[in-house]
Design a protein around this ligand. Structure first.
Ligand code: ZN
Length: 395
């Protein structure tokens, strides 16, 4: 890197580079001078005069990985306004009133924390963990999108997550089109879901709310937002079969053989078309020996086929016919699933009209998963919420 420090490199528009020096540990110190000496009084805006020049402040300004740190020094100017007799310290843009780092250094540190844990950034840059943590969350408050500056999303995903399994839960409200998380609130009970919806930062409720199949969820949404349409998340619907398939598989499976277990899972849970020919054959022979498993597996495949319909009319008709076929099934697990789906009938059929899936927001889900895995460090939901909202920002 060249040692010719330019005003561009420093990027503090109120200053020009005066001189620079390399100190003992080879970090650079750049002495900056104000571009203009005009310092209007903050009260009356009239020109002020020199009152005192008590010295210079040194601030950490840049950290260039694998290279050096760059510090700047800026003068402290005490000014006096002759009109209103006020004495004041000149507030330079980009230089905080207190502290030992510039605004842009703080922002850089905070930006480095995105998608990473704060502890590793703290070690990398050499800023104390508690300091960096404080900066991160102060900056986060300023950086998360403000609902006032955005149009109300027309579809949202209502999602629960565990901050600490069995202890702390949270509710996400996410724009179903952009994946931006607008709101994170505590709890998961019906009352807390209501509170979450009531706290929605937009005046207009969304037209569509995509939810999982938590009992009572649709009614809760309808109570707060009577005009919104609830769509049952397709992924959660299909997942209902997963648990039952696994339970049935484990009945007869040699549980001590991990590799065999994985193979069986693959055969059972994959879409049959995605299996190799010999795997398809193996699956067929297996299912022929276990009629209950065959019924369960078959009902899942036919529900997948229902979801492949492309018009609302055809989708609804196919789903109705699925219900007719399977609600009288001789297999108890299938009957149970059909009963659940019957309760969610409207919400499942609404999918065919709006076609919201979590495919578009998969990225957001993955980020939340990663953050959740690190969530042992989050004692307070507010911080976790900020972190999610900042990392899952609208594009
Ligand atoms: Zn004044």
């Amino acid at each position: 890197m060249c040692t010719d420090f330019t005003t561009d490199f420093i990027a503090l528009s109120a200053f020009k580079v005066g001189s620079f020096e390399q100190v003992e540990n080879e970090d650079w110190v750049i002495h900056l001078d104000p571009v203009s000496s005009a310092t209007p009084c903050p009260v009356c805006q009239l020109p002020s005069t020199n009152h005192a020049r008590p010295g210079r402040r040194r601030l950490w300004h840049r950290h260039v990985p694998g290279w050096r740190n760059v510090f700047v020094t800026v003068p402290t100017w005490r000014q006096r306004c002759d009109a209103c007799l006020l004495t004041f310290t000149v507030d330079w843009p980009g230089i905080p009133v207190r502290g030992q780092v510039t605004d842009s250094f703080r922002r850089m540190c905070v930006a480095r924390c995105h998608g990473r844990d704060i502890a590793s950034v703290s070690r990398e840059i050499g800023v104390k963990y508690s300091t960096l943590e404080r900066w991160y969350y102060q900056e986060a408050e300023k950086l998360v999108p403000n609902a006032k500056e955005y149009h109300a999303p027309s579809a949202v995903c209502l999602d629960e997550f565990a901050l600490q399994k069995g202890h702390k839960y949270g509710i996400n409200l996410m724009d179903a089109d952009t994946g931006h998380v607008w709101q994170v609130t505590p709890g998961r009970s019906g009352k807390q879901v209501q509170e979450a919806l009531n706290a929605w930062p937009f005046t207009k409720p969304p037209k569509v709310v995509v939810t999982d199949l938590a009992p009572g969820m649709a009614d809760t949404v309808k109570q707060v937002w009577p005009k919104s349409t609830v769509v049952a998340d397709k992924f959660h619907v299909l997942q209902l079969f997963g648990k039952s398939l696994e339970a049935r598989r484990k009945l007869h499976s040699a549980s001590d053989n991990h590799k065999r277990g994985r193979h069986e899972q693959r055969l059972l849970h994959k879409e049959p078309d995605a299996l190799k020919e010999e795997e398809q054959q193996e699956l067929k022979e297996w299912l022929d020996k276990d009629p209950a498993l065959k019924e369960l597996h078959g009902s899942l495949q036919s529900l997948r086929a229902v979801y492949r319909n492309t018009t609302p009319e055809a989708g609804r008709a196919a789903f109705e016919s699925w219900l007719q076929t399977y609600q009288w099934s001789t297999s108890n697990p299938v009957k149970r699933i059909a009963k659940t789906l019957l309760q969610w009938r409207d919400a499942i059929e609404s999918y065919f009209l709006y076609r919201y899936t979590n495919a578009k927001i998969e990225g957001t889900h993955n980020k939340i998963k990663v953050l959740k895995r690190r969530a042992y460090g989050y004692r307070n939901l507010h911080r976790f919420a900020l972190r999610i909202r900042l990392e899952c920002k609208a594009a």
